[in-house]
Write a protein that binds this ligand. Structure first.
Ligand code: NAD
Ligand code: AHE
Ligand code: ZN
Length: 369
């Protein structure tokens, strides 16, 4: 069949909207009509050539929602008409990682996914006879895409696609990092670095679990009003203070934060986030994705004296199990999504979404097909 998609032909070049060929689902696979997709900073990072796993030409996008249109042989958990959210972190419920109960990082298809391929080692997309690669196993910047059954969460049918798509990455990543990864406790002091599409969801997660002080840190003053909307109690712009950011935060939290989160992908910020933690127990969670080749460092003494450095992918969420619950939270008003969707675009306007992100003018842009 044919599908319209925004193709990343080369790094650092705008996406091109073309019609390309899509093979139908093979055994264990599902054809999904994508109804809406968000644009996450990770898509921009890959397009900019910063991802060590970045492959071109490919169809980016990993924050979608859509409808099952066809299922391949052996697919039992989904049928045409089901509403789904694609999962870049699948949940096979059979691999060592899934069975461990200790992580959401299913390994069933990770190797081929990282090479832009389906589990059988081939791609379903082609343009003028040449292969076009999948991205994060999702490729939601295409009107139709093929995914393995284990990489789809079935969701309720009354959830609007243009909001539910954000649960495919940003919402789950932020809220989940608070609940599943850091396990923030009521009454804690929490510091969030980077108040974008992820950081604001960390803020609403911290509010939901009953954190006390919720301090947002961003170099863009416009983000202060955004943070306040979702539960932030204090804001600091590190470029506007006359002391260093770590000292400032340590002072504001009476010795250091109980929990900090990096939502910037900047390795200098990651170090600040760790060092702003309270001696003896502060936990710093890295969510931001750093450019290829970047490394983090700190004095080991920071760890010897009880600070904990950890990371979180997809908010520690087990996609097929947890994503439908997060959709319920949204539908029941427990979490907010609507105000964070600042721009709704057509597929032809998708490059505008990347510009708005780089200019710091959007929280989330969503493309509606
Ligand atoms: P975004 O562009 O919407 O937001 C980033 C924010 O960080 C902006 O508000 C920006 O002003 C701020 N910022 C930049 N440099 C800063 C600095 N030095 N100090 C303080 N603030 C600074 O991006 P996003 O979509 O929210 O994504 C944030 C990060 O999370 C990215 O690195 C993205 O790749 C990553 N991410 C990780 C996961 C995961 O599962 N671990 C999932 C989604 C996104
Ligand atoms: N491919 C990169 C790393 C990119 C990365 O860390 N991705 C996050 C999700 S970001 C979503 O916006 C993730 O889930 N990682 C776990 C995984 O298995 O990919 C690199 O450095 O090679
Ligand atoms: Zn993402």
């Amino acid at each position: 069949m044919k599908t319209r998609a925004a193709v990343a032909f080369e790094a650092k070049k705008p996406l091109e909207i073309v019609e390309l060929d899509l093979e139908g689902p093979k055994a264990g696979e599902v054809l999904v009509e994508i109804m809406a997709t968000g644009i996450c900073h990770t898509d921009a990072y890959t397009l900019d050539g910063f991802d060590s796993e970045g492959i071109f030409p490919s169809i980016l996008g990993h924050e979608g929602a859509g409808i099952v249109r066809e299922v391949g042989a052996g697919v039992t958990s989904l049928k045409p008409g089901d509403h789904v959210i694609p999962l870049y972190t699948p949940e096979c419920r059979q691999c060592k990682s899934c069975l461990s109960g200790k992580t959401n990082l299913c390994t069933a298809i990770r190797a081929t996914q990282g090479k832009g391929l389906m589990p059988d080692g081939t791609t379903r997309f082609s343009y003028k006879g040449a292969p076009v690669y999948h991205y994060m196993g999702c490729s939601t910047f295409s009107n139709f895409t093929v995914l393995p059954e284990i990489a789809l969460a079935k969701i309720r049918e009354d959830a609007p696609f243009d909001k539910a798509c954000y649960i495919g990455c940003g919402v789950t990543t932020g809220v989940g990092a608070v609940i599943n990864s850091a396990k923030v406790t009521p009454g804690s002091n929490v510091v969030i670095f980077g108040l974008g599409g992820i950081g604001l969801n960390v803020i609403q997660g911290a509010r939901m679990v009953g954190a006390d002080k919720i301090i947002g840190v961003d170099i863009n003053d416009d983000k202060a009003q955004w943070g306040k909307m979702f539960g932030m109690t204090d804001f600091v712009n590190p470029t506007k203070i006359d002391t260093d950011i770590v000292s400032k935060l340590v002072e504001m939290t009476d010795g250091g934060a109980d929990y900090t989160f990096d939502c910037t992908g900047n390795t200098t910020v990651m170090r600040q986030a760790l060092e702003a933690c309270h001696r003896g127990w502060g936990v710093s969670t890295v969510i931001g994705v750093a450019e290829a080749g970047k490394e983090i460092s700190t004095r080991p003494f920071q760890l010897v004296t009880g600070r904990v450095w950890k990371g979180s992918a997809f908010g520690g969420a087990r996609g097929r199990t947890d994503v439908p619950k997060i959709v319920d939270w949204y539908m029941n008003g427990k979490i907010e999504i609507d105000p964070m969707i600042t721009h709704v675009l057509t597929l032809d306007e998708i490059n505008k979404g990347f510009e708005l992100m780089h200019e710091g003018k959007s929280i989330r842009s969503v493309v509606v097909f």
